[in-house]
Design a protein around this ligand. Structure first.
Ligand SMILES: *Cc1c(COP(=O)(O)O)cnc(C)c1O
Length: 464
């Protein structure tokens, strides 16, 4: 049989990296003029993503970085599902509604059937929606009483940046309780000092971003009950349970923080954090129908039918919501408890090991009931060392670990800490390997003393 002999160039062309297209640099900032072979274009993009590092070793993020193969499959199957087209994808809409009801049940809502709630793109959007509902309810009440609606304020502890955005975008004075010495979260006393007739609500966080601790929701609610008895001021609460909303119900069932407290009018949580769903889903649930003012909800008819719509976005991917539902079915309360308990145990293990290293003081050790599966530490006060936590973070990054060091907000900007989030997939074994790398890093500092210390601005590459 006669073969037509291929030229060397033809053979080489089968290899992505030896192809003529990839022998030149592809456009980066100008819109490309020519087309590319999909395999080659894919290789270029795929390879560039390597430089992001390995997300499993990113111990800074609260978000999911591991998912079961079934979740990958569902995400693929849902590529075309637009969450907003509830009439076109009625079953996806039904799945979203079931998740809302399941969460209301998980958070002990009194409104079993008439649950008001929705999915969002994450807790940030959920915070905006619940914050708006608080502002609207307060304004209605003030107007009905013929009082001024000029100066709304909101009280919180050290909050995630989404609440700063909410306050700025919607013209609310944010009364954020500053940290003082060893008090790094809100207390009932500090909340009461800031309450007045213009307070739209108090927002405790279940799993504070900086230290990962739970704020005392019940104690704050009790204090607000007393305030109401004494002054008549009835101040509602919203709980930012971005992380804790998917932890406490499984691992700390006796901790009272949710709708069991009548003053808690709404709760948000991130499905893509400890809800174990892929990126792109959050939730907000209101206590009862009247807690979500009617005029915030839009009725849309151009997709067919009369659809309720309360969201900042319009089009939104449905896959992470479908995956959330899969997780609920797949894991149930038992499954979530097992996965999260393993994470708490790994966090405590790592915290114990870090304490043994010598120079560090553990601030939070991942104790169940006190916060989320995470840990944070600082350098022991008053000891001379050849390195600071920015150096330590930088050194650990040579092995791929992303464990940022950062300073606290007001009034503890002097306090620099490092934090690790222990998520699904951060195994005990991986934790052990990390501790070994920490020992090697300390040894490196011992052998190379007098390194000039890094400052926060030099320690680039880490963001939280
Ligand atoms: C992560 C987080 C948010 C923001 O949530 P996203 O889902 O990332 O939008 C808000 N509040 C707290 C306490 C968080 O941990």
């Amino acid at each position: 049989m006669l073969h037509e002999k291929k030229s060397i160039q033809d053979n080489i062309d089968d290899d992505v990296y030896a192809s003529v297209d990839l022998s030149v640099s592809l456009p980066k900032y100008k819109f490309p003029g020519e087309e590319q072979d999909p395999r080659r274009a894919y290789s270029v993009v795929h390879d560039e993503l390597m430089l992001d590092g390995n997300s499993r070793q990113n111990l800074a993020t609260f978000c999911q970085t591991w998912a079961e193969p079934e979740v990958h499959k569902l995400m693929d199957e849902c590529m075309d599902k637009n969450m907003i087209d509830k009439d076109e994808y009625p079953q996806t809409a039904e799945i979203e509604a079931r998740c809302v009801h399941m969460l209301a049940d998980l958070w002990n809502s009194p409104a079993a059937v008439n649950t008001m709630g929705c999915s969002t793109i994450g807790s940030s959007e959920a915070a905006m929606l619940s914050g708006m509902a608080m502002k609207w309810r307060w304004r209605e009440k003030r107007r009905a009483a013929g009082k001024s609606v000029d100066k709304p304020n909101m009280i919180c502890g050290p909050v995630q940046v989404c609440w700063h955005k909410f306050a700025r975008y919607w013209d609310i004075e944010l009364r954020e309780i500053p940290m003082e010495q060893d008090r790094l979260i809100m207390t009932p006393e500090e909340v009461l000092k800031r309450c007045d007739e213009n307070t739209i609500g108090v927002v405790p966080t279940l799993g504070v971003t900086f230290t990962c601790q739970y704020e005392p929701v019940k104690a704050v609610a009790d204090a607000l009950d007393v305030l109401e008895q004494e002054t008549g001021l009835d101040i509602p609460m919203h709980v930012d349970g971005a992380s804790g909303g998917f932890l406490a119900p499984f691992c700390s069932p006796n901790l009272v923080w949710d709708f069991r407290i009548p003053r808690v009018k709404s709760i948000n949580s991130s499905g893509h954090k400890f809800g174990l769903a892929p990126l792109g889903v959050g939730w907000v649930i209101w206590r009862e129908k009247e807690d979500l003012p009617e005029d915030l909800v839009f009725h849309v008819n151009y997709l067919g039918g009369d659809m309720l719509d309360f969201a900042l976005n319009f089009s939104r991917p449905g896959g992470s919501i479908v995956s959330q539902y899969y997780n609920f079915l797949r894991l149930g309360r038992d499954g979530y408890r097992k996965i999260h308990t393993a994470c708490y145990e790994t966090a405590e293990f790592i915290a114990n090991e870090i304490e043994k290293l010598g120079p560090f003081e553990i601030i939070y050790n991942g104790q169940m009931d006190a916060g989320i599966p995470a840990l944070c530490w600082k350098l022991i006060d008053g000891t001379e060392s050849d390195f600071n936590l920015y150096d330590f973070a930088d050194r650990l990054s040579t092995r791929g670990w992303q464990i940022p060091a950062y300073s606290m907000p007001a009034n503890r900007q002097d306090l620099v800490i490092q934090r690790i989030l222990v998520r699904h997939g951060v195994s005990r074994d991986l934790g052990g390997l990390l501790v070994e790398d920490m020992k090697r890093s300390l040894e490196y500092f011992r052998l190379h003393p007098g390194n000039t210390q890094m400052t926060a601005t030099e320690a680039t590459g880490f963001h939280h």
